[in-house]
Design a protein around this ligand. Structure first.
Ligand SMILES: Cc1cc2nc3c(=O)[nH]c(=O)nc-3n(C[C@H](O)[C@H](O)[C@H](O)COP(=O)(O)OP(=O)(O)OC[C@H]3O[C@@H](n4cnc5c(N)ncnc54)[C@H](O)[C@@H]3O)c2cc1C
Length: 306
């Protein structure tokens, strides 16, 4: 980033963010579950909607690009990192409030924690989310789902901040929620709060269901290695993992990136992968699956950075 701009925006951010919440040249591998990715020029950890507004304002004023990150569990950051400002919507923007079967949740809250909170309060509907390692904001953005459940089924409304600093609240029907889709993927807004509508249920049955999902995940998925979950979206009429496995690609490697021998739908970092290794492997899998099955796999993982 241009040196002058860089200095000016840091000065502007210093006026309202504590020092500890502005990190310079922050390695993104420390903030992503793939454990790869070069530095973000300026990494900020806001604690309020007001701070978020001011960050947007400063970025607009100095014409600096902004990237939003939740828990970093569905992104692949390039080895050169991210230019401009990266905003982490994390634990500083995390809370859960309950009113009957309705939960008001800060976007930075970890989804698994929200799922556990619901269980503790005998609320059903969020069991599917127990093993998804994202933030609730990231889960709304992706319409995350598993085991026949998805965020779409439980979201009542979402509050977000647009690029001009206006806070908006939309009902579920206005969010364009579809398979791994939402309007936030195209409107550039930051999700700040999610309202979930759950149902009263039996705590022990809810727990049993969650334990069952956790067991299935541990048996089937390579959760012991860094990854970003399913690498590809499910193509209509197929399962990405099955297509990859049937093309004989289990165990295929590029540098430290590997198609998991345990679950072909996952690309894992075996220890020293670079983002380039992973991207190369993604392309190779796409090419070979196309050759074998005539199906073009589309990454579910969002590839970002320079
Ligand atoms: C082991 C493993 C298992 C997984 N299993 C599943 C699964 O079963 N089902 C599933 O759907 N996913 C799964 N995932 C993927 C991932 O956990 C989900 O997509 C999750 O919802 C991403 O949330 P996040 O906070 O980590 O988002 P990030 O990875 O940080 O970001 C993803 C995208 O969302 C945007 N974003 C994040 N937060 C906000 C916000 N507050 N406002 C606006 N934009 C935002 C980012 O800009 C980015 O484009 C898995 C991942 C791993 C590592």
């Amino acid at each position: 980033m241009d040196n002058q701009k860089y200095k000016k925006i840091i000065d502007a951010l210093n006026e309202f963010l504590p020092n500890d919440n502005i990190l310079l040249d922050e390695p993104m591998r420390l903030h992503t579950t793939f454990r790869v990715g070069g530095p973000a020029d300026i990494f900020v950890l806001p604690s309020s909607v007001d701070e978020l507004k001011k960050i947007f304002e400063a970025a607009r004023k100095f014409d600096v690009p902004v990237t939003v990150l939740g828990n970093g569990s569905n992104v692949l950051v390039s080895d050169r990192g991210i230019r401009g400002v990266v905003i982490e919507i994390g634990k500083n923007l995390s809370f859960i409030r309950r009113d009957g079967a309705t939960l008001f949740i800060g976007a930075g809250t970890i989804l698994g924690a929200a799922s556990k909170f619901a269980m503790e309060h005998g609320l059903t509907g969020l069991e599917f989310a127990v093993g998804i390692p994202g933030s609730v904001g990231g889960a709304a953005y992706m319409n995350a789902g598993a085991y026949d459940g998805e965020m779409k089924n439980v979201i009542k409304s979402v509050k977000s901040l647009d690029i001009n600093g206006n806070l908006r609240e939309r009902e579920a029907g206005e969010l364009g929620l579809g398979y791994r889709q939402s309007i936030f993927q195209s409107n550039g807004e930051i999700i700040v709060e999610i309202v979930l509508s759950l149902m009263v249920g039996d705590k022990s049955l809810i727990k049993e269901k969650m334990d069952g999902f956790t067991k299935r995940r541990m048996e089937k998925q390579p959760i012991e290695l860094p990854s970003a979950g399913s690498t590809f979206k499910r193509p209509k009429g197929y399962y990405a993992g099955t297509l990859i496995e049937n093309a004989g690609l289990k165990g295929l490697s590029c540098g430290g990136a590997q198609v998991s021998p345990k679950h072909a739908g996952f690309i894992v970092n075996t220890g020293n992968a670079t983002a380039s290794d992973i991207i190369e492997l993604v392309r190779e899998v796409q090419r070979r699956v196309m050759e074998k099955h005539g199906v073009m796999l589309e990454p579910e993982v969002r590839i970002i950075g320079e």
